[in-house]
Design a protein around this ligand. Sequence first.
Ligand code: HEC
Ligand code: HEC
Length: 350
Amino acid sequence: MTKKYFALYILVAVFTFLACKEHSPQIPYSPTPYDLHYPDFVTTFTNAPVIPTDNPTTIQGVTLGRQLFYEKMLSNDMTMNCGSCHKQANSFDDARQFSQGTNGTFGSRNAMAIINPAWGDRFFWDGRRSSLEGQAHDPVTNPIEMANKWPVVMQRLQQSNAYPELFFQAFGTRIIDSNLIVKAIAQFERTLISFNSRYDQYIYLHGNTLTPDEADGYELFQVFHCTGCHTYGLFTDGSFRNNGLDLLPSDSGLAKFTHKAVDYGKFKVPTLRNIAQTAPYMHDGRFATLEDVVNFYNKSVNQSSPNLDTTMQHFTAANAMTTTQKAHIVAFLKTLTDSNFIMAAAYAQP
Ligand code: HEC
Ligand code: HEC
């Protein structure tokens, strides 16, 4: 080999090496388990979350899922991500009564906060999805939300610079498909854990105080039967009930999914954690403030609503609250705000 050719050979070899290095980083597939940590007191109220065996939570999966939760390529016109309607500052809820989809259309239900979903087993107001993986399929193709088609999403991500490698780190393959996309999003959602409000610090962690009004509201929350459905711990028992909002509910709720008359007018009992951050309230966002909600429970429960929950029989004029009691319940509800949750850098748009 002449000197000239040898130099050329070296040059080509160096370039090939650099090019390969750039396109296939040498990090092997080795997923690291992600520890979903939460305080011990939680297990006195509820079981540990059930993680699907085919989708264990890993650091690499959560990293990818967070990226995808905030990925606008998921929507048809690339203007919207999950975070457009589930905003961290609102505890992953939407401050609008009805969210607007990419096509400018509105649905008829208020978006739901995403708080401690790892403990959930039925999602949406009507419970039509039984896993976070299943749930995450829907907004992408829903015409009133992201209005996209899965093959389009898969192709866009496949052609991007970063995603094939992120999928390899999370799942051991660079071939992107919708199942892996929803698995990663579900993994990220399971990390959205909130048990560090002032209420928790006071009652369980012994590190803060409640004012006398708030402490009284805490007592009244039980006295007025709120704990019948918004149970301590998660502040929901995960069930579907009719709390008597309407005499004839226009949205059939759970029955829309089960097609059973006994489920007409029942809706998922929402968590009350971070409730001061998730206005407006109820499945149709009809109440703007917590005062409105408490006024409803105090005086306006429709006792003749079909399938009214039996607990609601206590909510009559004879059991009415005083103005002070109402104010104290609202003060208590506001202690359920976990400011770490709404500020946590790990949940923010990467
Ligand atoms: C256009 C606004 C919008 C977008 C975008 C959106 N959502 Fe939602 N989300 C909603 C609404 C509205 C509901 C309640 C709908 C219903 O019950 O029928 C909901 C419900 C949910 C729930 C159920 C929570 C519970 O407690 O049952 C989860 C979880 C969720 N969304 C996650 C996501 C994910 C993940 C994405 C992105 C892939 C996403 N959402 C995109 C508006 C939106
Ligand atoms: C029979 C069960 C039940 C009882 C008792 C009950 N709730 Fe509810 N609560 C629900 C259901 C179900 C919803 C959602 C209803 C809907 O949107 O159609 C709800 C919604 C709420 C909301 C709005 C949450 C949101 O994210 O939109 C608040 C706040 C609330 N309840 C507070 C209370 C308070 C305070 C009490 C006691 C005075 C109470 N609840 C008693 C079942 C109950």
